[in-house]
Every structure is written in structure tokens, then in C-alpha cells.
Design a protein around this ligand. Structure first.
Ligand SMILES: NC(=O)c1ccc[n+]([C@@H]2O[C@H](COP(=O)([O-])OP(=O)(O)OC[C@H]3O[C@@H](n4cnc5c(N)ncnc54)[C@H](OP(=O)(O)O)[C@@H]3O)[C@@H](O)[C@H]2O)c1
Length: 277
């Protein structure tokens, strides 16, 4: 598919390709090679974070790809212990990336010890300065997401764990009310979902793979993007193939019947999550 024609989440605050490359766990030259290869294969959305210790190689990979910076949507995030000073955090991220701006700058996890309004006000300044073209949050449950919106900050995105075995109904409702993008992280359940027999049966009907089914289910939803991680070019191509897969009502009914409470990421600093639904 022509990368410029790839579907995007389009809202008043951003236009973000629906399929991106996750990079957690990729580091050094391997990361730079993977990012450059992904962009050559057609990816136009790359996800990183200060915590991933790979912003340098991510920036290098974008440059090595030969595709102009303006054509690649890059997200980075400020770690939750740095929310008192997101301006310093973004300055350091931009130095490591060797970029003049990021397309999306997110609070990586909420931190109740730092007033949300303080962090968001600083992020609004970064947006006004053009250093972050859009701002948003990650790992915000629905009530906290509403709080963030109520500050008046132009919240463009909430990046959360979301996949065929984890429901996010409450967050999607807030997202629809305010036209906020929802980026699904761990969209393959950290790889575990590719062995699921329901996904395998659907995949067989379409001549597709279980990973493609899991990703097509996400990116087929209004406002939802997905960022599967792989360093393997074969899998990058496979995952990109999800863009061409159209699930049927029967497929969606089979996926709806899967358990929706299988969260795979919940560290000690996680907030109280919405009930699974
Ligand atoms: N905001 C947050 O707090 C947060 C939290 C977690 C993740 N994230 C972001 O979301 C990205 C994705 O999440 P994730 O890395 O946790 O999990 P994921 O994308 O669900 O799964 C990644 C795993 O699946 C494997 N994989 C990828 N494509 C595959 C395919 N087609 N067939 C079989 N296996 C495949 C990868 O292996 P190989 O690499 O060996 O191919 C890797 O082990 C992260 O990299 C990060 O950018 C954000």
C-alpha cells in the first residue's frame, strides 16, 4: 500500500497513521536498523519513549530510511517520575533523537504526586512552541482522562494496552466524546495472542495470520491505532498486511466472545484500572 494512502486516525489535534512500529526492547544499532527497515517497508509511525533508552537509534533510523522527517509520525513520552518538568524531558528527548520536533508527546504514566494541571500546562507550552505537534497521555483510566480533558489542554491521544483479550469500553467512550485517539499498545498481547485458536480460525478463512487478525480488529475501529513491536522485517511486513484485511461481522462476533480481562502490563506504579469490559 502506498504509505501516503495508509489509513490515519484523524482528529482536530492530529493525523496519525493507524499502524505504527513499537520499539520497546530495541536498542542500539539493531534498533536503528529496524526503524530504517520499517520505514522502507512502509511504516510511517514510530513509537518511542525516554524510558526505552533508544531515542538516539530511533532518530538515526528515521534519518537512515531516506524518508523525509515530515513524513514519519514519531511519538515519545515523558517518564512518570519526570512530570514536574516535561519541558526539560522533551528537550533531552529531542537532543537524543536529533529532531526539531516530535509529532506526539505523551505522559507515559500518571503520577498522583504531581498535579496534572501543572504537567499539562507545560506540555501546552511545548505545543505552542512547535516542539511537540500534539500532546497527550498514556495509561490514563477513563476518569483521569476526563480530568485531563477538563483542564482545557488539547489532549490528542491516550495510549493504553488494548487487544482482543482486553476490553477498553470506558476509555473508548471518553475518546469518542472528545475525539481523542486511542493507541493500542501490546496489541499482540506481547506476542502471546498469535497462538490463539479463535484468531487462527479467522485467519485461515482469510488466508491471513493470527497477528494480522488481532491488528485488523483494532485498526478497524474508529479512533484506534496500534503499534506492534518487532525487530524482524518479515514480521514487520506481516503486521503491515493487517491494513488490507477486512474482518466480517462473523469474525467480530467470534472476537467479541473472547475473554476481555487479560491485561499483560500492570507495573507497581500503575493506576487503578477501569473494570474490564
Ligand atoms: N505506553 C506504555 O506504557 C507502553 C507499554 C507497553 C508497550 N508500549 C509500546 O507498545 C509497543 C508494542 O507493545 P509490546 O512490545 O509490549 O507488545 P506487542 O507489540 O503486543 O508484542 C511484541 C512481541 O510480539 C512479537 N511479534 C511481533 N509481531 C509478530 C508476529 N507477526 N508474529 C508473531 N510474533 C510477533 C515480537 O517479537 P519479535 O520482536 O521477536 O518479532 C515481540 O516479542 C511497545 O514496543 C512500545 O512501543 C507502550
Amino acid at each position: 500500500m502506498d504509505p501516503a494512502a495508509q489509513p490515519k486516525v484523524e482528529t482536530p489535534h492530529l493525523a496519525m497513521p493507524k499502524l505504527g512500529l513499537g520499539t520497546f526492547g530495541l536498542r542500539g544499532p539493531e534498533c536503528a536498523r529496524a526503524v530504517a527497515e520499517a520505514i522502507r517497508l512502509g511504516y510511517r509511525h514510530i513509537d518511542t519513549a525516554e524510558m526505552y533508552d533508544n531515542e538516539g537509534p530511533v532518530g538515526q533510523g528515521v534519518r537512515d530510511s531516506g524518508v523525509p522527517r515530515e513524513q514519519v509520525f514519531v511519538t515519545t513520552k515523558v517518564w512518570w517520575t519526570n512530570l514536574a518538568d516535561p519541558e526539560a524531558a522533551l528537550a533531552a528527548s529531542l537532543r537524543r533523537l536529533r529532531f526539531d520536533w516530535v509529532d506526539l508527546f505523551l505522559i507515559h504514566w500518571p503520577n498522583p504526586a504531581v498535579p496534572l494541571a501543572h504537567t499539562l500546562a507545560a506540555m501546552v507550552r511545548l505545543k505552542e512552541q512547535g516542539l511537540a505537534r500534539a500532546i497527550g497521555v498514556a495509561n490514563f483510566p477513563s476518569a483521569l482522562l476526563r480530568e485531563a480533558v477538563a483542564t482545557g489542554a488539547p489532549i490528542a491521544c491516550n495510549q493504553v494496552e488494548y487487544h482482543v483479550m482486553l476490553g477498553q469500553r470506558a476509555i473508548l467512550e471518553v475518546a469518542r466524546d472528545h475525539r481523542i485517539a486511542v493507541t493500542a499498545y501490546s496489541p499482540l498481547g506481547k506476542g502471546g495472542l498469535v497462538n490463539d485458536p479463535t484468531l487462527a480460525a479467522i485467519a485461515r478463512r482469510h488466508g491471513a495470520t493470527p497477528a494480522q487478525v488481532a491488528l485488523a480488529w483494532l485498526i478497524g475501529q474508529d479512533l484506534v491505532a496500534a503499534i506492534p513491536k518487532t525487530g524482524n522485517p518479515q514480521r514487520m511486513r506481516e503486521n503491515l498486511g493487517a491494513l488490507a484485511l477486512r474482518l466480517t461481522d462473523e469474525d467480530r462476533a467470534a472476537i467479541a466472545a473472547l475473554p476481555k480481562d487479560r491485561r499483560v502490563i500492570s507495573p507497581a506504579w500503575a493506576p487503578v484500572w477501569d473494570a474490564a469490559a
